[in-house]
Design a protein around this ligand. Sequence first.
Ligand SMILES: O=P(O)(O)O[C@H]1O[C@H](CO)[C@@H](O)[C@H]1O
Ligand SMILES: Nc1nc2[nH]cnc2c(=O)[nH]1
Length: 301
Amino acid sequence: MDPLTRLYPLPESSCCSFENYNLTTEWLLNQTNHRPKVAVICGSGLGLLADVATDKKIFRYQDIPNFPVSTVAGHEGCLVFGMIEDTPCVFMQGHFHLYEGYSLCQVTFPVRIFKLMGVETVLVTNASGGICPDFKVGDIMIMKDHINLPGFAGQHPLCGPNDERFGIRFPCMSDAYSKDLRRLTLDIVSELGCSNYVREGVYCMVSGPNFETIAEARMLRILGCDSVGMSTVPEVTVAKHCGLRVLGLSLITNKVSLDYSREEKVNHEEVLEISKMRTEVLQKLATMIITRCQQQSINTH
Ligand SMILES: O=P(O)(O)O[C@H]1O[C@H](CO)[C@@H](O)[C@H]1O
Ligand SMILES: Nc1nc2[nH]cnc2c(=O)[nH]1
C-alpha cells in the first residue's frame, strides 16, 4: 500500500468508486427493462407515492449490490420501477440519513445510479418541521432553496477527490431547485385548488437525530429557514452536481417550537401520521408534475 494512503486514508465521503456505481447500475439494467427518466425519492411516510405507478418491478434495497438498507420506520426500503402514464420512473421508498450512521457517499449513492441509468429529473420529498410562523401542519412547501448546515461543518457529499465523470469541482448551487419545475408545480397546485396549503420556502438540513431545542429553532428562524429536516440536501447537492434537474416538496408535519411556553412535543409517529394524511394529494400532485414535465420537456436545469 502507498505509505501516504496508509497515513492519510481517503475521507469517508469518497468511499464509493466509479466501479461501485457502475456495478450497481449494470446490475439493475440487467434485472429490468425499465429505463427511468424521472426519479422520485420518498421521504418519511411518503413511500405510498409509488403506489400509483403501473407495470411495477420492485427490488428490496438489501438485494441490490452496494445499496444501503433503510433502518427508519416509515422508510420501506424498496426501489420501485414503474410507469406514471407514459413516463418511466423509479421510486425510492425510503432514503438514507447521516444519523443512521451512513456516510454521505452512501446517503447519496442512489442519485448517481439514477444518473447513470439515464434519469433526467429528480423529485425529492421529505417531512419537515415548520419554522415559518405562517406555516401550518399539513402544508406542502415547494423547496425554493436550502441551507446545508452539516455542509458548513465539512459534512458534505462532494468533499474528497472530485470525479469529473459526474461533475465539476466547484458546482454552482444558486439554482439548485429548477425554476421551471417550481412554476409548473404552482400552476398544477392552482388547477387542483390546493393553493391554500402550498407554500414556497427554504429548507434547512440538520444532522439529527434529535429534534431541535428551542434555542436552535430560534437560531434557524433568524438564519432564514422556513422548515427543518434531517435529509434531502445531500441528495439534491449530488443531483445538481451531476446535472440532474431537481424539484423538492417538503411536507410540514409539525410546527417547530419557538416558544418555551409551548407544551406540544414533536415525535416521529406524528410525522408519519401527517404524511399518511397527505398521501393522496401528494400522489395526485406528483403524478401531474411527472406527466407534464415530461410532456413539456423543459430544458433548463
Ligand atoms: O427527511 P425525511 O426522511 O422525510 O424525514 C424527516 O422525519 C424524520 C423525523 O421524524 C427524519 O428522518 C426527518 O429527516
Ligand atoms: N429536524 C427536524 N426534522 C423533522 N422532520 C419532521 N419534523 C422535523 C422537525 O421538527 N425537525
